[in-house]
Design a protein around this ligand. Structure first.
Ligand code: ADP
Ligand code: MG
Length: 405
């Protein structure tokens, strides 16, 4: 069954719409360092404003330990929304309650109200369903329609994501619709050659998705921190690089499975080995079979894929018609070790076909490296959610909007 689309809902004029988004943006103090997640729900918000709805925008932000912790306030998000839309925006530093209801009563069609960090109310994420229902019920009493556009949280059973849409007329926003459409193409009808590029820190995070994509992919390219567990599984020494010792058996089984299916697995042939985990660490490039044979011996840490691997990966990517990329190739936060991530991103921009960047850090990386959103077919806003979707799991926040795999 398909998602209930917001476009099916006529006449929203003067209607109170609870718009759940994922505005979980990175912050440096009060400054938003990357507003990609806010821009991602703008089409839905602008549509609702144009329809004359009264829009209550709700999001979580980080993992606050105490309610009201100013470091996790949604004020900076409200300020940014106010800059981006042509409508009055009011920030109410509450999650529910009289202040919020009053703002709704005072609002005119086309007005936007941003409420505070949903996780300031422990009921939002309570494990007890009846507690979540209680919070959802409070919102449901004051709104007419619920629009779910926070793709990054649809894999969570939380009050605003799951219980609330079950209590009111509810629809998927445009972002959620797009994300689902693109992810569906990756699992049902990818045009060959289909290349999956995986990196990031941990194999254990990505194992489910690797297994789910294996039957569809022609090539799997592996870099990032997780590649050292793979290299180790292939019998190489990896120095002091990131390693998940307990995943080695699993990785060996996966390599065997890939071989049997005829999927080509590419690991880097050279690695940038650094003296330590530091932005200005000294480094050298070593062949993958000799990672402990360099200047820094067994203390060396692999922080990026080497130039030969970058070129090899780029060639395979450019010859593909479908590419899904999740996980940076190196510690891109340090400019000296961003080369692999940049090379992969650049190769994606040259693909004739569908390119999808998934994962929070990968999306942040391409923006930090100066690529434009439009250089890629799709940049997913959902890290865990897109991975779980690709794994074929039933996501509660989509199921409640009418969707089944
Ligand atoms: P995503 O959020 O895109 O799914 P992950 O969260 O899995 O990606 O991984 C991102 C992190 O992986 C980045 O912070 C990056 O610094 C780190 N990383 C990449 N390569 C390495 C490496 N060789 N050693 C240690 N960390 C790495
Ligand atoms: Mg991440």
């Amino acid at each position: 069954m398909a998602l209930r689309s917001l476009r099916q809902r006529a006449d929203l004029h003067g209607r109170r719409v609870f718009l759940r988004v994922d505005a979980n943006v990175p912050l440096d103090g009060q400054a938003i360092t990357d507003d990609g997640r806010i821009r991602a729900f703008m089409p839905t918000l602008e549509y609702l404003i144009a329809q004359g709805a009264i829009v209550l925008v709700a999001s979580h932000l980080g993992r606050p330990k105490a309610p009201g912790d100013p470091a996790f306030s949604l004020q900076p998000v409200a300020d940014r929304v106010a800059l981006l839309v042509n409508a009055p925006v009011t920030f109410v530093p509450e999650v529910s309650g009289v202040e919020v209801w009053k703002a709704l009563d005072d609002a005119n069609p086309g007005d936007v109200i941003v409420i505070d960090n949903l996780r300031f109310d422990p009921r939002e994420t309570a494990s007890d369903e009846t507690i979540r229902q209680e919070l959802a019920g409070e919102w449901a009493d004051h709104v007419d329609v619920v629009v779910s556009d926070g793709f990054g949280v649809v894999h969570r059973k939380q009050a605003s994501v799951y219980e609330l849409p079950g209590l009111r007329e509810s629809y998927a926003g445009f972002l959620v619709e797009d994300e689902v459409a693109v992810a569906s193409r990756l699992t049902t009808s990818p045009t060959a050659p289909y290349t999956v590029v995986l990196g990031g820190s941990k194999v254990s995070d990505k194992l489910g998705v690797i297994q789910a994509l294996l039957p569809h992919a022609d090539n799997i390219l592996i870099g990032g921190g997780m590649v050292f567990t793979v290299l180790k599984a292939q019998g190489h020494a990896v120095g002091s690089s990131l390693l998940e010792e307990d995943m080695i058996d699993t990785v060996q089984a996966f390599l065997a499975d890939a071989k049997q299916r005829g999927v080509r697995i590419e690991v880097p042939t050279d690695i940038v080995m650094a003296e330590g985990f530091l932005a200005d660490a000294a480094w050298e490039v070593l062949p993958s079979s000799e990672l402990e044979a360099g200047r820094y011996g067994a203390g060396a840490m692999g922080l990026d894929i080497g130039p030969e691997s970058q070129a090899a990966f780029a060639r395979i990517i450019q010859d593909s018609h479908t590419v899904f990329w999740n996980g940076p190739m190196g510690v891109f936060e340090f400019p000296a070790f961003a080369g692999g991530t940049r090379a992969v991103a650049e190769a994606l921009t040259r693909v004739d076909g569908l390119t999808v960047v998934g994962g929070g850090d990968s999306a942040a990386a391409v923006r930090a490296l100066g690529f434009a959103e439009s250089d890629f077919g799709h940049i997913s806003t959902g890290g865990g959610a897109s991975l779980e979707f690709l794994e074929g799991k039933v996501l509660p926040g989509l199921e409640i909007l009418g969707w089944t795999p």
